[in-house]
Write a protein that binds this ligand. Structure first.
Ligand code: GLU
Length: 610
């Protein structure tokens, strides 16, 4: 969740470490810290509560000398955000940073206290520092001490260890949290995400599960879970470097909302051509596998789950293949039955979502015919561990509230559904052409939806002083309403619920009054008339309605109902299109409320803990 950066170099490294943290700050941000040692074992550690900027200031004012160092931004899981709980943590000459959760920290703490160690923080992470310190007493090398420590840890971690008395090296362990090694010339780096290091190198090695590596200025030695020395391939990164720049926009989220037409064009490139979806572009064995699929099981969390829920309607209505969608944290812990010839699809922006990754691993042992990932980060764990990956090409997404990742996931899933239906001969050539035409038209239509920005901003004051909101949709617009409510609650902290409109009278109608705005996603489709009855149910109870609809939908604005009429688009791509005004609404409400739009409280990007 948080960010880790480390370096072994000849030059003073503090500034590079802090810059790396800045680039990772969007992942977790309650505190930050750095520890650096020079060739003579002179050591400095600085930690600050708050944003990386606080740490950057103090690092600038204190001259921090040394070529070996580790740094961390924390997203607290154990112990409140405070300076004492921020990383790096220290035990004697050992300094560590940790990403993730050590599940057995309580018994380990008791054990270490009985050995005389004193704990200075409430974190689970501090046990790692003391364990390594203890093991080093009997081990001959730091890596051996870390291997012995890792054998005692349960849970998920990416951890880096530095020994003040041996400043030539860092040791890093990966188990459940991603770690990448950046290869330089006469210097080497490591981080929890390559983004942190793009200003110093573009050559990366991705550690695999259970790997423990030692990096020095000139060497990288990696050992797998069984202790065997292994090679990990070096890959050249093609991630764009300026992703960390907001350009003319006020927030990353706003920038990312506006990037959607391009992100969708990129996601479609090479995957469709006039009249058809190119099945082969999905993966080497895609044609073969898709022909045989009888059932699709989608696993995801959060926004990706909402994308999966939308796709479920498409899988069944367009491709005629049954589809279940489940939240990863539920799926992984329940006794599930694998249906014959089932394809498992995981969806994740980062490809590191802990629960989804665990579900993927579990499913691989449970008889699925194939595992596919819809993901935005090449080289991520899920991409590497799936049989085939369908990459969304949204570009780096920094705003914690996902926007372009969601619409590109939907675009990718719609192409996948079309390919599946086509390979199974359930989608006619005519239907395929209709879908592809709708996809080609989508980026320009989204541009148009974005031009409603001002009109939507004008609605925002009606929401900003409210405590509760309700979002309604039917059919494939129900998950779009769910995603809209998620966006609003994430960034404005207003309680937002979403219901399938048909469920209104089964409970939520009791909540409706003039203090709870009700947003309705109401494009023209077969369910519009039914939706209109639901709208009347709200109106009759004095509710205030905000209806997003197409021309000719037959709604009229009045005192209790504001109508936002968007240009007509194909029914097929309408769920993607109607997402845009919902994102804009959430953004403008958050602006009025003055919340931290890109880094909303209590949340983090890339949820690598369960
Ligand atoms: N569990 C650790 C803590 O609370 C690390 C959290 C993180 O990944 O930032 O300090």
């Amino acid at each position: 969740m948080c960010g880790i950066v480390g370096a072994v170099a000849q030059r003073d490294i503090a500034e590079i470490l802090v810059e790396g943290l800045r680039r990772l700050e969007y992942r977790g941000y309650d505190s930050a810290g750095i520890a650096v040692v020079d060739g003579q074992s002179n050591y400095q550690r600085l930690r600050r509560l708050g944003k990386v900027n606080e740490l950057a200031q103090v690092t600038k004012n204190t001259s921090v000398i040394g070529g070996t160092g580790i740094a961390h931004t924390r997203w607290a899981t154990h112990g409140e955000p405070s300076e004492a709980n921020s990383h790096p943590h220290v035990s004697g000459d050992i300094t560590i940073v940790h990403n993730g959760i050590i599940e057995n920290h309580v018994p380990l703490r008791t054990l270490l206290e009985s050995r005389g160690y004193q704990f200075l923080s409430q974190t689970d992470s501090e046990v790692i520092a003391h364990l390594v310190e203890w093991e080093l007493k009997s081990a001959t090398t730091l890596i051996e001490a870390v291997q012995k420590t890792a054998a005692q840890l349960e849970g998920a971690y990416g951890a880096v260890v530095m020994n003040r008395l041996d400043p030539k090296r860092l040791v890093v362990a990966r188990s459940g949290s991603p770690i990448v090694i950046g290869c330089g010339v006469g210097e080497n780096f490591l981080a929890s995400d390559q983004l942190a290091l793009l200003n110093v190198t573009r050559r990366f090695m991705f550690l695999e599960e259970g790997d423990i590596a030692e990096i020095t200025r000139h060497e990288i030695n990696i050992y797998d879970a069984s202790g065997e020395q292994v090679e990990r391939e070096i890959t050249e990164s093609n991630v764009e470097q300026d992703a960390g720049d907001k350009g003319k926009f006020r927030h990353f989220m706003q920038k990312e909302v506006y990037e959607q037409p391009t992100a969708i064009i990129n996601t479609m490139e090479g995957r469709i051509r006039p009249g058809e979806v190119i099945t082969e572009s999905i993966g080497v064995h895609a044609v073969e596998i898709l022909k045989k699929v009888e059932h699709v099981q989608i696993i995801a969390c959060g926004t990706s789950y909402n994308a999966g829920m939308t796709a479920r309607y498409w899988f069944e209505s367009l491709a005629g293949v049954s589809c279940d969608v489940e939240i990863a944290s539920e799926f992984r812990y329940r006794q599930f039955v694998t249906r014959p010839n089932s394809l498992l699809i995981t969806i994740s922006q980062s490809g590191e979502t802990a629960d989804t990754l665990a579900a993927l691993r579990l499913a691989k042992e449970r008889g699925y015919m194939g595992v596919m990932t819809v993901c935005n980060v090449a080289g991520s764990s899920m991409v590497r561990e799936s049989d085939f990956a369908f990459m969304t090409r949204a570009g780096t997404e920094i705003g914690v509230a996902s926007t372009k990742a969601f619409t590109t996931q939907l675009t990718a899933l719609l192409m996948l559904v079309t390919a599946l239906g086509k390979e199974q001969k359930r989608i006619t050539q005519e239907k395929e052409k209709e879908i592809v035409d709708a996809l080609y038209a989508l980026p320009t239509q989204i541009e148009k939806a974005l031009s409603f920005d001002k009109q939507i901003a004008a609605l925002a004051p009606d929401f900003a002083d409210k405590e509760h909101t309700l979002f309604l949709g039917r059919g494939e617009f129900y998950p779009i309403a769910v995603e809209a409510s998620l966006k609003l609650k994430e960034i404005s902290y207003i309680h937002a619920e979403a219901y399938a409109a048909g469920e209104l009278k089964h409970g939520p109608l009791a909540l409706v009054d003039a203090d709870m705005p009700v947003v309705v996603v109401a494009p023209t489709n077969d369910l519009l008339e039914k939706l209109k009855s639901n709208i009347e149910e709200v109106r009759a109870r004095g509710g205030l309605l905000y209806v997003f609809c197409a021309p000719k939908a037959g709604f009229e604005s009045d005192q209790s109902m504001k109508i936002i009429t968007l240009p007509h688009v194909s029914d097929i791509t309408a769920p993607i299109y109607y997402t845009i005004p919902m994102q804009l609404l959430a953004y403008h409400v958050a602006l009025i409320k003055g919340t931290d739009v890109d880094q909303p409280r209590n949340l983090a990007k890339a949820v690598t803990v369960e």
